[in-house]
Write a protein that binds this ligand. Structure first.
Ligand SMILES: Nc1ncnc2c1ncn2[C@@H]1O[C@H](COP(=O)(O)OP(=O)(O)OP(=O)(O)O)[C@@H](O)[C@H]1O
Length: 244
């Protein structure tokens, strides 16, 4: 990554643990503004842990996260399986909650919010589902609605944990377009990915997690097989083309 690249999110010698067991340590690096960084690593290497640390849900054991994006402009979309969407809420209501962090949950919505909500749903192809309860949506429809909420929030930092899992190919295409447009407009995106095609289509940068460390590299390096993602858990330090 270029030393000059502007970045509102930097990690300084970060150490994160789960249940008193260190998962990641000495994590140093920065995420480029207006770029999509893929988080890559085998199961259990700490991708979700790093996201929790960046979002402030997990207190660092050591080091720090430096983030100048205002809190109300930070959004996190967990793995679909981790979400309980059985509560009675429609697609439109979910999308509109994206305005809460900046506008407040109890002030009600004005015409501007409703207009923006309709624009967001149209962009994601879910206008016809506006009044459908969340519990009656397919995985792909639910994911479109959740991304719609982050658009409504006007997120400037968006972290997504496996956003394309259990999602149909048409939805993948729609979401890819929306996410690329977000990055082009300056949003910093961090996306946990396992699929090489999705990596090539979406990512500008990549961070490989292995052996308790994070290695900054390029998607091309991974795609050319210089780094095997399948065996990322056994990667050694000092890989070619890696810089933090
Ligand atoms: N709440 C928790 N309590 C205890 N250990 C945890 C907890 N969450 C995660 N861990 C452990 O921390 C390590 C990293 O887990 P994490 O979920 O961050 O990995 P991951 O790379 O996101 O995995 P996956 O690809 O399977 O989602 C694992 O060894 C996991 O067992």
């Amino acid at each position: 990554m270029s030393q000059e690249a502007p970045s509102r999110l930097r990690l300084h010698d970060l150490q994160l643990a789960q249940a008193n067991r260190t998962v990641l340590e000495h994590v140093d690096g920065r995420f480029r503004d207006g770029a999509t960084t893929a988080l890559i690593g085998a199961n259990g290497t700490g991708k979700s842990t790093l996201i929790q640390g960046i979002m402030g849900m997990l207190k660092p054991v050591a080091g720090r996260v430096e983030c100048t994006v205002p809190r109300e402009r930070r959004a996190w979309l967990p793995q679909q399986l981790a979400l309980d969407l059985t509560f009675p809420m429609s697609v439109e209501e979910l999308v509109m909650t994206g305005s809460w962090p900046s506008h407040g949950a109890h002030k009600g919505y004005c015409a501007h919010h409703y207009r923006r909500g309709r624009e967001v749903m149209a962009r994601l192809g879910i206008s016809h589902l506006a009044h459908r309860p969340l519990g009656e949506l397919s995985g792909g429809q639910r994911q479109r609605a959740l991304i719609g909420r982050t658009l409504m929030q006007e997120a400037e930092l968006l972290l997504l944990d496996e956003p394309f899992a259990n999602v149909d190919t048409e939805t993948v295409d729609v979401l890819m377009t929306v996410l690329r447009d977000m990055a082009a407009s300056g949003v910093t995106l961090i996306v946990v990915l396992h699929d090489m095609e999705q990596l090539s289509r979406l990512a500008d940068e990549a961070v490989v997690l292995a052996n308790g460390h994070a290695h900054w590299t390029s998607p091309q390096t991974i795609l050319q097989g210089q780094i095997s993602v399948a065996s990322a858990a056994t990667l050694s330090l000092g890989m070619p083309g890696v810089s933090a």
